[in-house]
Design a protein around this ligand. Sequence first.
Ligand code: ADP
Ligand code: MG
Length: 240
Amino acid sequence: MIHFKRVNKHFGRFHVLKDIELDIGEGEVVVVVGPSGSGKSTLLRCINRLETITDGELNVGGVTVNDKATDINKLRRKIGMVFQHFNLYPHMKVIDNITLAPIKALGLPEKEAKETAMYYLEKVGIPEKADAFPSQLSGGQQQRVAIARGLAMKPDIMLFDEPTSALDPEMIGEVLDVMKSLAHEGMTMVVVTHEMGFAREVANRIVFMDQGKIIEEAEPADFFAQPKEERARLFLSRVI
Ligand code: ADP
Ligand code: MG
């Protein structure tokens, strides 16, 4: 589903991603961990071309992302992204936040878009908030709306960039639970998170990054029990 082949990215002179090799299959849940500034967000953002790679090849769902001929909007419709800050439209009701893209980008009739939105609001556990405005919701609820909004586009891949980092501790669990059920339903997911419990329990694979490189790739059980690389060991000793 996602293939990085010797991908490099520079911001000006700064070499942010270095020879990235990574293959993610359909239905896989890959958790990306590593110190702040190691390139995790940039890696994620390359997948839907919010950032462009400098060289190498990046293929997503059979499409070469860094090809000039690639229809970027078509690519992005297949990829949902959830950020640390929920980025909901404050002046729009929850339901309208969710139906906006399906109506505008997919051309779905309003009635169908609303039904789809309600389906996903139920899935994330807050159908009763459909007519509320984002400011009337807790952080955890807003993030669940953001997830429902992503799902309403029926993506093949969901990207999560520290989705619980801006939440009060008591709200982290409800968001991780939604992500967990999504993983169990077979969604292909790439998740940047510091929630090591989630990583251990849900990930098929952990990717550890440091200074723009993938330093280690392992199954969670192996990674948490005995990381091979010293830098991974050091990182784990700090976060667990
Ligand atoms: P992480 O998500 O692991 O914290 P990022 O991918 O956000 O790391 O950033 C990796 C490095 O790239 C950091 O040193 C950051 O300052 C730098 N960086 C990120 N975005 C830009 C940008 N738009 N321009 C220049 N440097 C950037
Ligand atoms: Mg980041």
